[in-house]
Design a protein around this ligand. Structure first.
Ligand code: FAD
Length: 499
């Protein structure tokens, strides 16, 4: 690998490939050539549709204008996820992107809520969550960061058509000088002495040489696994779902500003509202339900007409042992996969490429940058893994083996400690590189029925009626704000109109 890098080659042109191309074209020196090889014959997965708020930072980084992005990708706005049937079969709660109100005299709202609960007050913690109340009212408006604004307490993400996003990024990248080759990679060239990659041999006889490579070839992992044998850490003992049926259906009803995740007997179903259609899928464990039965569950629970036959995706939950090996990093499905329960795959692509720019080896191979990159990527995967496992271990469903198995399995120590701490005193612990903030953890803890055994004793310094009054004011403020805001669909029509 020469110093400095002169040619970067990206293998694969799905969401991962084009996100990497857009970020690298923004972040590496203009004289570095970037070439992307993809095969139209192979195609892309294209079912990644729901995101978390960090996608807005990414879009800003690569210079997308929000209204244009919403139009081009048929996007809708997302305030969080509606969990139906998680915890118990009858339960429903919302993981909103925002906090539960202001900290008062250093006291957290969820600690004040726990005090009220101890005093017999029936209020739900979610009454004080602006994103929850806006979402259930079908309203959307962007937050206002002004600390005096009633709209300051939340943030948002998007649902979008991943295939349209990839096409949109391709157009932008090609305009900025990224070279695209449509061909099948037949072989990956390596240097026999160093083991470094030298280039991609294409099925039309061409050889695309490069100094650094980004493997975005999807589950195949042609470079990182096929050539570099990075190895794979299997987490299916913690996350046993291993299949998904996906099917788009015709839009029905109003556009909800949230993703839905409905638990079923052997997995769960997503519902993602886009402007032009609704994305649906049933993620399940083949240990506990056969493929045909799982397809039937999906088709019986659609709220619109299916637009094509369902597509089956098979996967193994886990990640590559090395995310950076020799002169190659991997991103997207080539780097691993965690079920899309908290919409984190696209976020992990963003993390992979932005972190690579932070650790960019501009002076040639650097074992220390490589090791640090791998350490942080592994932590990112582990943090997301724990957040997803949380949904499976905190539940008392008794209608399927999946739920009995996951409730009783041994969980990672990192997660067990978090749960123990929250159970004892309602403290939502974050570790380095956690991808979700405290309100997200609190939402899932409380939403799935974990009520802390005690609360912050400092809350007792406030008279009970003062805590009640604070919380009443918060509820009234949210109701007043929600009443004035536009319906989600009206907001899209007014602010992101089609040309
Ligand atoms: P792919 O889309 O598979 O692209 C692979 C690329 O490599 C293609 O361009 C292909 O042509 C190319 N390629 C492969 N082999 C060769 C070859 N030999 N020669 C040339 N080119 C080749 N993410 C979210 O953030 N939110 C979600 O809600 C979400 N839901 C999901 C649901 C399911 C069931 C699945 C499986 C994934 C979901 N994801 C979600 C993840 C998301 O779909 C992917 O992370 C994202 O689409 C990235 O895919 P990719 O680009 O890595 O792979």
């Amino acid at each position: 690998m020469p110093e400095p890098i002169r040619k970067i080659v990206i293998a694969g042109g799905g969401t991962a490939g084009w996100m990497c191309a857009a970020a690298l074209r923004t972040g590496v020196p203009a004289e570095v050539e970037i070439t992307l090889v993809e095969s139209e014959d192979i195609g892309i997965i294209g079912v990644g549709e729901a995101t978390i708020p960090t996608i807005r930072d990414f879009n800003e980084l690569i210079g997308l204008e929000e209204g244009d992005f919403v139009r081009r990708t048929e996007a809708t706005f997302k305030l969080g996820i509606d969990f139906v049937g998680w915890g118990t079969k009858e339960n429903r709660y919302f993981h909103g992107f925002g906090d539960f109100g202001a900290v008062h005299q250093g006291l957290e709202p969820h600690q004040m809520w726990r005090r009220l609960k101890a005093a017999g007050d029936p209020a739900s913690l979610f009454d004080w969550s602006m994103p929850t109340q806006l979402a259930y009212a079908g309203k959307f408006f962007p937050p206002n960061p002004n600390p005096k604004s009633a709209l300051r307490d939340y943030t948002y993400a998007f649902h979008f058509d991943a295939s349209l996003y990839a096409a949109y990024l391709r157009e932008l990248c090609e305009k900025r000088g990224v070279k695209r080759i449509n061909a099948r990679i037949a072989n990956v060239g390596t240097n026999a002495e160093t083991g470094f990659l030298t280039g991609l041999a294409l099925d039309d006889g061409r050889f695309v040489d490069g100094d650094f490579f980004i493997d975005c070839t999807g589950f195949r992992g042609l470079l990182i696994e096929g050539a570099l044998k990075a190895g794979y850490t299997d987490w299916s003992h913690w996350l046993p779902v291993d299949r998904a049926w996906a099917v788009p259906c015709a839009r029905s009803g109003t556009l909800t500003p949230y993703t839905s995740a409905m638990a079923h007997e052997a997995g769960w179903q997503w519902r993602i509202p886009l402007q032009h259609r609704t994305g649906n899928g049933h993620v399940f464990s083949s240990r506990f339900m056969d493929e045909q039965a799982a397809a039937d569950v999906l088709l019986q629970n659609l709220d619109g007409k299916a637009l094509k036959d369902p597509m089956l995706v098979r996967f193994l939950t886990g990640h590559r042992n090395r995310f950076w090996a020799k002169n190659c990093i991997c991103a997207g499905l080539a780097s691993g996969f965690l079920e899309p329960l908290e919409s984190t795959s696209i976020n992990l692509i963003q993390t992979a490429v932005v972190r690579f720019l932070e650790h960019y080896p501009d002076k040639g191979p650097s074992p220390v940058l490589e090791a640090e990159y791998n350490r942080k990527m592994q932590l990112s995967y582990e943090r997301v893994r724990d957040f997803i496992i949380l949904h499976y271990v905190l539940q008392s469903r008794d209608d399927g083996e999946l739920w009995r198995y996951t409730r009783n399995m041994a969980m990672p120590d990192t997660l067990a400690y978090k749960i123990e701490l929250f159970r004892a005193r309602g403290i939502p612990l974050l570790y380095d590189y956690d991808h979700f903030h405290q309100p997200s953890w609190i939402s899932v803890f409380v939403g799935q029925g974990l009520i802390p055994e005690s609360y912050d004793p400092l809350v007792d310094r406030l008279p009970l009626d003062q805590v009640q009054s604070l919380m009443r004011q918060r509820r009234e403020q949210i109701a007043a704000v929600a009443a004035k805001l536009p319906a989600h669909e009206d907001f899209i029509r007014a602010h992101c109109p089609s040309p």
